[in-house]
Design a protein around this ligand. Sequence first.
Ligand code: ATP
Ligand code: MG
Length: 281
Amino acid sequence: QFHMIKYEDLQWVSVLGQGSFTRIFSGYKTDIRDGEKHVTDVFLKELDVVHKNYWESFFEAASLMSQISHKHLLLVYGVNIMVQEFVEYGALDLYLQRGRSVSVSWKLDVAKQLASALNFLEEKNIVHGNICAKNLLLAREGDPSQGSSPFIKLSDPGISVAMLAKDVILDRIPWVAPEVLESPDNLTLECDKWSFGATLWEIFNSGEPPLRGWDLDQKRQLYERFLQLPPSQWTELADLIGQCMDYQAAFRPSCRSIIRQLNSLITSDYEILHAAEPVTQ
Ligand code: ATP
Ligand code: MG
C-alpha cells in the first residue's frame, strides 16, 4: 500500500550519526500534490552495510510502519531507505536525560499516549517487539514544567529480535520480555506489555537507563532469579509496572486495563505526597 518515493525527490541534508543498525540522516522530500509543490522534512534511516544480512527484517519493519496509521505511531513514507517524518525533539530517553524538569502529569500523558498506541496495535493483533523510551519520539514538547501536553510517536521496531544474536538480546534486558530469551521467534502481544512496563519505569526515572552499567551476565541473572527493577515510590505506579513486568505472560494486563489504571492515577496525590522531598528530576 506504500507509495514509491522517487530517489530524485529526496534531498540528503546532513549526517546525524548512527542507530543500533542504521546510519541516520536528515533531509527533505519534495512532491507534487494537486498541482502544488510540497516540501516535508524527513528522517532517513539506511541499514548500515555491516548489517546488510538484516535487510529483510529492516524492510519488514519499514513496511509494517508504512501500512498502519495512528496519531501516536510514527509515519513512515518509504521503505527501501526508511523515509520517516522528522520528529523535532528526537528520542524521549535522550530528551529526559538532558535534565529538563518535567512534571509528573507530563510523564503520565506520555504513558497514556503510548498505551493508546499499544491498544491500537493490540486491536489489530500487531506485535511491535521493541518498545522502549529510545523508540518514543517527541513531536511536541508542550510545557514540561507546567504540565501542558507533550505529543509522542512510537517509532518502528527496527530489526526483529528473532534475527539478533543472543548477546544483543541479553543486552535488551530489562525491555525484552523474559520468555523471548527462550524463544525469540515467538513474539506475542504480552511481550510488548512487559516492554511497556520497563518503558514506564524509564519515563518516571528521568530517562535513566535501567540497569546502567550491568554486564550481560548480571542482566541474565536478574531474569533467572525472577527479580524486578527497583520499585517507584509511587505505589500505584509501581504496582502497574509490576503487573506489566509479570514473569508469567498470561497475567499481564490488557491494554484496556492499563489505560484504566493510568487514568486513575491522580498526579496531584503524588505531588503532594512528595512535595517535601528535594526535586531530583
Ligand atoms: P533500534 O530502534 O533498532 O533499537 P535505534 O533506535 O538506536 O535502534 P534508530 O531507530 O535507527 O536506531 O534511531 C537512531 C536514533 O535516531 C534514535 O535513537 C533517535 O534519537 C533518532 N531518531 C530516530 N527516528 C527519528 C525520527 N523519525 N525523527 C527524529 N529523530 C529520530
Ligand atoms: Mg529506533
